[in-house]
Design a protein around this ligand. Structure first.
Ligand code: ZN
Length: 419
């Protein structure tokens, strides 16, 4: 059965068997790619980016920047997916329309790139359109300015599947696989929780609130509504939680019974955050539609950074596009702890404003760094213990990314040699 993804397009994997792959790469020039591009090669070839079949050409990039649509004029798309090369590389590797390259990662062939177009695009205008600012200190703009001289558009086909390293293997669930799991579970509605965090109880309640909202008016005995935690795994910044802690603690909420197999699943998507705020929110809607989800949680300052976006800008942009999207946004405020109520509540619910304890990043960070077990109403003890365990096992003593982690961590995936 055809699975339908974003924009009504079918989800197709672009992956060759090893015999065919070996034949097709013979005689082609090899070009080594960096991790951002390797992540996106996985996203393209497994259907996470449906309907994209490769890196964008100029018409798509222009349409995405100016109109937030692909060049077909109708499919909502908010972030350019581009492949950059320097002028020297273009000459050295003979990159021109009609040529094909073998993209390699960690020394092994990963994908075939059929070059259709080599073009220039003004980076400042790209940054301004996507991020609403052209300031170089915005991390998304910085990424845009770091692109090399030219962009190359064309189709991508995977020739060697990634080998996912522990502890991530169970969480790599591409769109077609994930949709099969949802069918087995019989879930009728599934709500996405986008995360790059270790969950405190505020996050837990965000998920529970979204679950109730997605459950809505369903009148069945046992509600078959699930929450999919989809952790973004990609380039890390110092001070972020380490990836191992994020993925394992999110799943711990299910294992420890705060959720269960019947309503909670953790998975990952490879993507280097752009911090594009509202536009990244729209991008997440397309991505999670492809994963087979019906609902998507959007909290305060979704995918934002610094003070570039208003707290509810993403909500407003999604509202404006709602008719064109199939996924249903579930909007929420932050949840907080109210000692007076003695429970987790939301800013618009109780009136004990003076007593509220907000889950600021700094508060959580100091709790974790002190290693003193916080009240279970703030942090689940199983989650907290696991954070400390991950710090020892994977983080060189810290649950937060530092230089040592960046240098010595185990890669999340590798491309094995073609056999
Ligand atoms: Zn209260």
């Amino acid at each position: 059965m055809t699975e339908i993804g974003h924009g009504g397009y079918p989800i197709k994997e672009r992956i060759l068997g090893s015999e065919e792959a070996k034949k097709k790469i013979q005689g082609l020039t090899q070009y080594p790619i960096r991790s951002q591009l390797a992540n996106e090669v996985i996203d393209i070839t497994y259907g996470y980016f449906t309907p994209l079949e490769g890196f964008m050409g100029k018409a798509d990039v222009e349409s995405v920047c100016k109109k937030m649509r692909l060049k077909d004029g109708k499919t909502v798309w908010s972030i350019p997916i581009v492949f950059d090369l320097s002028n020297e590389e273009i000459a050295k590797y003979g990159v021109k329309p009609g040529a094909s390259l073998v993209l390699t990662y960690n020394g092994n062939p990963m994908a075939i790139f059929e070059v259709e177009e080599v073009y220039e695009y003004d980076k400042k205008s790209m940054a301004k359109d996507v991020y609403g600012t052209d300031e170089a200190k915005h991390p998304g703009c910085a990424r845009t300015y770091a692109y090399k001289d030219k962009f190359v558009g064309g189709k991508i086909t995977l020739v060697s599947k990634p080998k996912i390293n522990p502890p991530y293997e169970p969480y790599f669930l591409p769109p077609l696989q994930l949709r099969k799991i949802f069918k087995e579970k019989g879930w009728q509605r599934i709500v996405a929780h986008q995360t790059r965090n270790v969950p405190h109880t505020g996050h837990e309640w965000l998920m529970k609130g979204a679950w109730f909202q997605a459950y809505g008016e369903l009148s069945i005995e046992k509600p078959l509504v699930g929450v999919l935690v989809n952790a973004i795994i990609g380039e890390k910044r110092k001070g972020d939680y380490i990836d191992e802690a994020i993925i394992l603690t999110q799943d711990e909420l299910r294992k420890s019974g705060y959720f269960g197999d019947h309503n909670h699943l953790t998975s990952l998507t490879f993507w280097d955050m752009r911090y594009a705020g509202p536009r990244e929110g729209v991008f997440h809607a397309a991505l999670r539609t492809n994963l087979g989800l019906t609902h998507h949680m959007y909290g305060r300052d979704h995918a934002g950074v610094g003070t570039y976006y208003g707290a509810y800008d993403a909500h407003r942009m999604l509202e404006a596009l709602q008719k064109e999207l199939t996924i249903i946004p579930v909007y929420s405020e932050n949840w907080l702890f109210c000692p007076h109520c003695g429970e987790i509540t939301s800013e618009s619910l109780c009136s004990h404003k003076k007593e509220w304890q907000k889950f600021s990043g700094t508060l959580i960070r100091s709790i974790v760094q002190d290693g003193v077990k916080p009240p279970r109403l703030i942090f689940r003890p199983e989650v907290f213990d696991l954070v400390l365990e991950c710090a020892e096992k994977y983080g060189f003593g810290s649950p937060f990314v530092d230089d040592e982690y960046l240098k010595n961590r185990t890669p999340v995936f590798e491309i094995p040699p073609l056999k």
